[in-house]
Design a binder for this molecule. Structure first.
Ligand SMILES: [Zn+2]
Length: 177
């Protein structure tokens, strides 16, 4: 297996995911993928994406990219009808527990938000998440923050480049490790 890192954006151009007013989960996921890609490129890390700019392949195509990757991460936002629900979590197989916790800590430290689950990690069978096919195939679903939480959404808008840089830092370590 090479050192290829795969990063994909949750949802697609036809599936906006969770929404809060005009804010759409698919757009946040694309932003994050594009920002992380920027830093991976700077670090000369070999990586794959499911599109550039506003490009965002559907799940089946994103899953195809996992095979042959050292690590695959898909970006999502969490959402709840409870506006106070908050924090970051990652769903993955047990093999990726430690790296999932590092990714969550990177996000939590920059955003100042709590870690959910086991220091950020949740097993693949724990959620009602709609995209666990990605986890079943060996990828990590990183739920960055709650788009339904106005305060977390505001922090994201303000710090997304720092968040992306921190997450890219963890991925660069994996690629070079
Ligand atoms: Zn999602």
């Amino acid at each position: 297996m090479g050192n290829i890192i795969t990063i994909t954006a949750g949802h697609s151009n036809t599936d906006p995911g969770a929404c809060n007013g005009l804010h759409r989960e698919a757009d946040k996921a694309q932003d994050m993928r594009n920002i992380v890609a920027y830093y991976l490129k700077q670090a000369d890390v070999e990586f794959r994406v499911d599109g550039e700019g506003k490009g965002n392949l559907p799940l089946s195509k994103a899953i195809d990219l996992i095979k042959g990757s050292k690590l695959a991460v898909e970006f999502h936002c969490n959402a709840s009808s409870n506006k106070t629900a908050r924090g970051v979590e990652a769903l993955s197989q047990l093999k990726d527990k430690s790296i999932s916790q590092k990714l969550c800590k990177a996000v939590a430290d920059v955003m100042g938000i709590p870690l959910r689950g086991d220091r950020g990690w949740k097993p693949e069978n724990s959620g009602q998440h709609h995209r666990l096919g990605y986890v079943a195939q060996g990828g990590i679903v990183l739920e960055l923050f709650f788009i339904s939480n106005d305060a977390e959404l505001a922090i994201w808008e303000e710090r997304k480049w720092l968040i992306g840089k921190a997450v890219a830092g963890v991925l660069i370590e994996v690629a070079n490790g």
